[in-house]
Design a binder for this molecule. Structure first.
Ligand code: ZN
Ligand code: ZN
Length: 302
């Protein structure tokens, strides 16, 4: 957004800095606060508009469209202003799409608000009934709250609607060639080495405190051995391969693209960045995750 537009949009006051939460300028490669390519302004918007400030949609004129609203809603919700974020979603000048409700769902789950998470999941599922990630997120928060009857209801919905967990795929580029991995995949010519390397990395991060995070909804459904099923996810295979073939010189990040939302366990494997002593950047279907020194810039809410 140009300065002139910023002035018109009401963001021209002295608190606008053009920087995101991390004090980093948004720019090429995307904003790590949200994954949007040019959404840093919106992050500032959420700083400017606090829970008590927000008076209604007229206060916000975000010229760049509904994606910015998704960012704003997500940022407010992550900061714990769940009701205000929902109000923005309901009053913004765009019809809220599944991405907006998904952002709210993730934040409600992070804050352990099981009822709210349930109602956000229903909204996501009204628009996208086959969104397996919405079922998984809400099932995890419900089971953490000990609400097993609701988890059983969700499982039934999943069966009745014949929702299949989509196959995850991850891509990594090495010397101009793109390599693709699927979970538990042995198609790559260096698979034996890749699995050995992965085993080694996972063993090391367990020593650093990594504990596997099971998928509460699907662990009864999937038949593979649980730990193996988690450890052989596509993004972990891509990281192991990237390290094996030195896809990036020391000090440079490993870059991975994933077709779905990164799962909780692969996110928890963030400790890898300590072992490997390099950043890992994962572009998943929703946003960028930039893992640095055992942490992610999404602050574990995504
Ligand atoms: Zn995973
Ligand atoms: Zn992250």
């Amino acid at each position: 957004m140009e300065q002139a537009q910023i002035a018109q949009s009401g963001f021209s006051n002295s608190r606008f800095t053009g920087r995101n939460f991390n004090g980093r300028r948004g720019g090429r490669g995307g904003c790590f606060g949200c994954g949007g390519a040019s959404h840093h302004l919106t992050h500032d918007a959420s700083n400017l508009i606090t829970a008590n400030d927000y008076t209604g949609p007229d206060q916000l004129f975000i010229a760049n469209g509904s994606a910015h609203y998704t960012c704003l809603v997500g940022a407010m919700a992550r900061a714990g202003h769940l009701e205000q974020a929902e109000r923005v979603a309901l009053t913004m000048p765009y019809k809220p799409d599944a991405a907006v409700w998904r952002a709210l769902l993730s934040a409600c789950a992070f804050h352990g608000e099981a009822d709210k998470a349930w109602s956000m999941a229903r909204r996501v599922l009204e628009l996208e009934p086959l969104d397996d990630s919405a079922y998984v997120i809400v099932a995890n928060v419900l089971s953490a709250a000990g609400r097993w009857d609701d988890v059983a209801e969700l499982r039934k919905m999943l069966r009745d609607r014949r929702v299949k967990k989509q196959g995850g795929r991850s891509w990594i580029e090495v010397q101009g060639k793109v390599h693709v991995f699927a979970a538990g995949d042995w198609k790559h010519e260096r698979s034996a080495e890749i699995y050995r390397k992965l085993e080694e990395i996972m063993g090391e991060i367990e020593k650093l405190g990594y504990v596997p995070i099971w998928d509460e909804l699907l662990h009864n459904v999937e038949e593979e051995k649980r730990k193996e099923a988690l450890w052989h996810h596509s993004e972990k295979l891509a990281v192991a391969f990237g390290m094996l073939c030195g896809s990036a010189p020391p000090g440079k990040p490993l870059r991975i693209v994933k077709n779905l939302r990164i799962c909780k366990d692969c996110h928890e494997a963030k400790y890898m960045t300590r072992i490997l002593e390099r950043e890992i950047i994962v572009r998943d279907v929703n946003r960028y995750h930039r893992f640095v020194d055992g942490n992610c810039t999404c602050r574990d809410i995504w």
